[in-house]
Design a binder for this molecule. Sequence first.
Ligand code: COA
Length: 198
Amino acid sequence: MRTRPERPHDPAAGALVPTVRRAAPADAPRLAWIRTSTWRATYAEIIGPHALERISRHDGERMRRAVAQQRAGHAVWVIEDHQGTVFGYAWIGPQTDRSVHVARAEHDHIAFLGEVYELYLHPRWHGRGAGTTLLVHAIWDLVDAGLHPVMLWVLGENTAQRFYESTGGVRFATREVEVGGRAMQKVAYGWHEQLPLP
Ligand SMILES: CC(C)(COP(=O)(O)OP(=O)(O)OC[C@H]1O[C@@H](n2cnc3c(N)ncnc32)[C@H](O)[C@@H]1OP(=O)(O)O)[C@@H](O)C(=O)NCCC(=O)NCCS
């Protein structure tokens, strides 16, 4: 089992550094709003407004359930600014699809035990390092829960693939998926050998 290395103390990091905490039930409406806004900003051109509207309709209920169902190995982590305003979240838990693995040799596979189901930051916060903070936190929480190696899916048309590569994620599989009535490709990224520094 991997153990979490100590993070070096950064005296330059002051109160303005965003903090990560576990989601509470009262956060659910805000998380749904972040999900809806982020999908609009990221996928409007790829999926189209009508399909987006259909997909986002259940965000409230989806995030209410995700937050309520937190238990061992299942978590929703939120990231908030120095005023306590939540601007992003990571929803994580066990990876249960046994067909998702990396072949190490002919009868030897690496099975992925942990998954980042969703990682969304409100568009105003993109490109400021907060996504890296949240993803690294999510990966290490899965590792601490014994759910390592870790993987996630990202749509093939989403440039965020570069983001996952920047934190050491390795592309290892693709699948067909239907999103908003359109056939698309999703891409799997895994962290199995190298983990980002917490
Ligand atoms: C993807 C996301 C979580 C990244 O968070 P972020 O705070 O914007 O990313 P960071 O500032 O930590 O960026 C780290 C690196 O990734 C790169 N990067 C981040 N988002 C990127 C994107 N969408 N496309 C290409 N590169 C990206 C940054 O340029 C940076 O590169 P650098 O280290 O060379 O400077 C965030 O932009 C987001 O929520 N996007 C919309 C939703 C989404 O696509 N979620 C993932 C779905 S699976």
